[in-house]
Design a protein around this ligand. Structure first.
Ligand code: ASP
Length: 338
C-alpha cells in the first residue's frame, strides 16, 4: 500500500515531465520544419508531366521550368510519368511526399478525368495544393496530309460514309485530345476507331507519317506544320480565329455551333505541402510567366499566358471546381466509356 502510494506520488511529476518533453520535441520539430521551409529549395525539384516528352504539355513544362528554377535558385527537372490520359501521374503526385520537391503540371484533364474514369484513386479537389494556373492553349482538328476531305463540310460527309475505316488518335482516357475528339464525334453523330497514345507528341508523329487519320491537338507543337501544309487543318476549337493562322476557320463558324475547347493548365503539389513553400513556388511561377522570352515563345504558338490573378491558389482552385462542374455532367450525359 505504502509502495503504491509512493508510486502515485512519483507518477505525477514523471507524467508532467513526459508531457514537457513531448511539447518540447513538437516545438523543436516545428522549428526545424520552419527552418527547412525558409531554406527551401536545397536540392532539385521534380516537375511531373503526365504525357510523353516532346508533346504540348511537355513543351510548356520545359519552357517554364527553366525560369522558375532560376528564380528559386535550384534546377527543376521535368519527369514524364506516362499512362491513362495523365491519371497515372496525378495519382503518383497525390501520394508523393508533400515537401515541395514534387510538382505537377496537368491540363483540363484534372477536371475531366473524374467523369471519364470512375475508378480514379485520387480526388482533384482534396488531394492537391494549388500553385496557380499557367496558360490557355487552343486546339486544332487535323488530318494526315493525304486524307481526302478538304474542309469541315467534306470531312463530316466523308466520316459519315467511312465511319468504320477512319482512325482518330488521342492521348488516352482523360486527355484533352480524347475529350476534343469525343465532343467532335458527338456533334456529328459518328463513332470512329480511336487509337490511344502516351501523349500527342507520338500521336502527332504518326499523323505526320500517315499511320493515323485524325487528331485534335494543341497549337503548341502543331503550328509550324499547319503553316507549312504538312497536315490538313479543318478548324480551330476556340470561338475566335487565331491571329497566327487567320485563314483557318473556327469549327463553330464552319457549322459546329458552340464548339469551344481551350486547354487550360495548372501547377499542383501534393496535399500538405507547407504554405511558405507554396508561396515561394507561386512567386517563382509568376516570375517565369512574366519573363519576356517566355511570353514571346508562347505567342509564337498562340498560347495565352493567364492574367496574374489566376496564377494563384484561389485562381486555380476556383477554375478547377468550375471546370469539374462544367464537364462532368456533359461527359456523363454523353455516356462516354472509361
Ligand atoms: N495534348 C495531349 C492531350 O491530349 C497531351 C500531351 O501530350 O501533352 O491531353
Amino acid at each position: 500500500m505504502k509502495l503504491l502510494k509512493m508510486r502515485h506520488h512519483f507518477a505525477i511529476p514523471v507524467f508532467s515531465l513526459l508531457l514537457g518533453i513531448s511539447a518540447l520535441s513538437c516545438l523543436s520539430l516545428a522549428y526545424a520544419q520552419s527552418k527547412a521551409d525558409e531554406k527551401f529549395p536545397t536540392r532539385p525539384i521534380s516537375l511531373i508531366v503526365p504525357f510523353a516528352a516532346g508533346g504540348p504539355t511537355d513543351i510548356v513544362a520545359r519552357l517554364i521550368a527553366v525560369p522558375m528554377g532560376k528564380s528559386l535558385g535550384e534546377t527543376i527537372i521535368v519527369e514524364n510519368v506516362l499512362g491513362a490520359g495523365g491519371t497515372v501521374a496525378a495519382n503518383k503526385v497525390a501520394k508523393a511526399k508533400p515537401d515541395g520537391y514534387t510538382l505537377f503540371i496537368y491540363h483540363i484533364g484534372m477536371a475531366t478525368a473524374p467523369a471519364l474514369n470512375d475508378k480514379l484513386a485520387y480526388d482533384p479537389m482534396k488531394d492537391f495544393e494549388y500553385i496557380g494556373q499557367v496558360v490557355d492553349v487552343p486546339m486544332v482538328l487535323l488530318a494526315r496530309k493525304d486524307f481526302p476531305p478538304n474542309n469541315l463540310k467534306e470531312l463530316i460527309a466523308y466520316l459519315k460514309k467511312n465511319e468504320k475505316k477512319v482512325t482518330m488518335a488521342n492521348a488516352g482516357p482523360g486527355a484533352v485530345s480524347q475529350l476534343c475528339g469525343l465532343v467532335f464525334m458527338d456533334a456529328i453523330g459518328v463513332k470512329l476507331t480511336t487509337i490511344p497514345y502516351k501523349g500527342t507528341g507520338p500521336a502527332f508523329n504518326d499523323l505526320l507519317g500517315g499511320q493515323v487519320d485524325l487528331l485534335c491537338d494543341q497549337t503548341t507543337q502543331t503550328l509550324p506544320f499547319i503553316k507549312s501544309d504538312k497536315v490538313k487543318t479543318y478548324g480551330v476549337t476556340t470561338p475566335k480565329r487565331l491571329p497566327s493562322i487567320p485563314n483557318i476557320p473556327t469549327l463553330d463558324e464552319s457549322g459546329l455551333k458552340g464548339f469551344d475547347v481551350k486547354v487550360w493548365h495548372g501547377i499542383y503539389a501534393p496535399k500538405g505541402t507547407p504554405a511558405p513553400v507554396l508561396k515561394k513556388l507561386n512567386t517563382a511561377l509568376k516570375a517565369a510567366l512574366s519573363d519576356p522570352t517566355i511570353k514571346a515563345r508562347m505567342d509564337e504558338s498562340s498560347i495565352d499566358i493567364v492574367p496574374m490573378a489566376k496564377v494563384s491558389e484561389q485562381g486555380l482552385k476556383d477554375h478547377l471546381e468550375k471546370e469539374i462542374n462544367r464537364w462532368g455532367p456533359l461527359i456523363r450525359k454523353a455516356n462516354i466509356p472509361d
